[in-house]
Ligand binder design. Structure first.
Ligand code: MG
Length: 309
């Protein structure tokens, strides 16, 4: 049996095919306050990520290292791209979901529901039909650390879908704190992280699974329960394995929910994404740093595998 480097922990032999004995865990950026929202821009060979409390979005590339992408980001948290390649992000400060147009201007996509302000949109995905799905926990308004302290106006912490026609609707309303979310490769399933154990020990740190039918979700129950910390950001690879943030690193689950293995990271992990020249680099935001690790499987999101078509 080939020995893997110490940052790779095998729980099921299927994990070995998803990594490599020469894999390294490289810290490619450091010195931040709380990193989040990694998203790969293959057309720029660059990674964008948020430093939420410092209110900025940073860019990293192999050739230029770390540069400032946007100052005064409004406590921007989770990021993704739509099929036109535009950046779509969640801002705690303005409590909205915002799209960055190709000319750099910002378009607010959602900021209120039923006449009341959203809590603090946290993470976002865009399905191939152009609908925008996002979570709305209260982390951005429970202190002044990553937003502005305020009482929530919404009666629950919802998951929303903004239709391509611009209609905002609640698709799930029974989370303590919905957080990261991602689709299975064929978009038939949506995984949503429950991170409510951050402030309530009675909430289990689970990833829930929902069947997607058009614009509605059907609850298929708990997909996996984390054994270290709680789930925040997540991504699927092309084989349908789910990679979730956790307290001790990144946990990889098979489509049946089996824990295949872990990438151990020396800082608390908030989120991750696939990218790099062949889609086989995982970028991990972890507290004050960003790490890169080779994984031998590309991400499910098409723009993570090179230039956006
Ligand atoms: Mg999050």
């Amino acid at each position: 049996m080939i020995t893997l480097p110490s940052h790779l922990q095998v729980h099921d032999d299927r994990f070995r095919a998803l990594t490599h004995p020469m894999s390294r865990l490289d810290r490619i950026a450091e010195g931040f306050t709380w990193t989040e929202g990694p998203v790969w821009f293959g057309d720029r060979d660059a990674l964008l990520f948020s430093d939420i409390p410092s209110r900025r979005i940073m860019m990293w590339s192999e050739t230029t290292g770390v540069t400032l992408y946007r100052a005064e980001s409004g406590f921007n948290n989770g990021n993704t791209r739509d099929r036109q390649g535009r950046l779509v992000g969640c801002r705690h400060g303005a409590r909205d979901v915002v799209r960055t147009e190709h000319d750099g201007t910002l378009t607010v996509l959602a900021s209120d529901f039923n006449g009341k302000r959203l809590n603090s949109p946290n993470d976002v995905v865009v399905s191939s039909d152009g609908a925008v799905w996002f979570t709305d926990p209260t982390y951005g308004i429970i202190s002044d650390f990553e937003g502005y302290r305020s009482d929530p106006e919404q009666p629950s912490r919802n998951v929303y879908r903004l239709s391509p026609e611009g209609v905002l609707s609640v698709v799930v309303d029974d989370f303590a704190q919905p957080n990261g979310l991602c689709f299975s490769p064929d978009e038939s399933l949506l995984y949503i992280a429950e991170s409510g154990s951050s402030h309530d020990d009675s909430v289990a740190p689970v990833i829930r699974q929902f069947a997607v039918e058009g614009g509605t979700l059907t609850d298929k129950g708990v997909f996996a329960t984390l054994d270290a910390g709680l789930p925040d950001g997540m991504r699927c690879d092309v084989q349908g394995n789910l990679w979730s943030s956790a307290a001790d690193g990144v946990h990889c689950f098979a489509p049946d929910g089996t824990l295949l293995g872990k990438i151990l990271v020396p800082e608390l992990v908030s989120n991750l994404c696939f990218g790099g020249p062949d889609g086989r680099r995982m970028f991990i935001t972890a507290t004050s740093s960003v790490y890169r690790v080779f994984v031998d499987v590309p991400g499910a999101e098409p723009w993570t595998r090179g230039r956006l078509c």
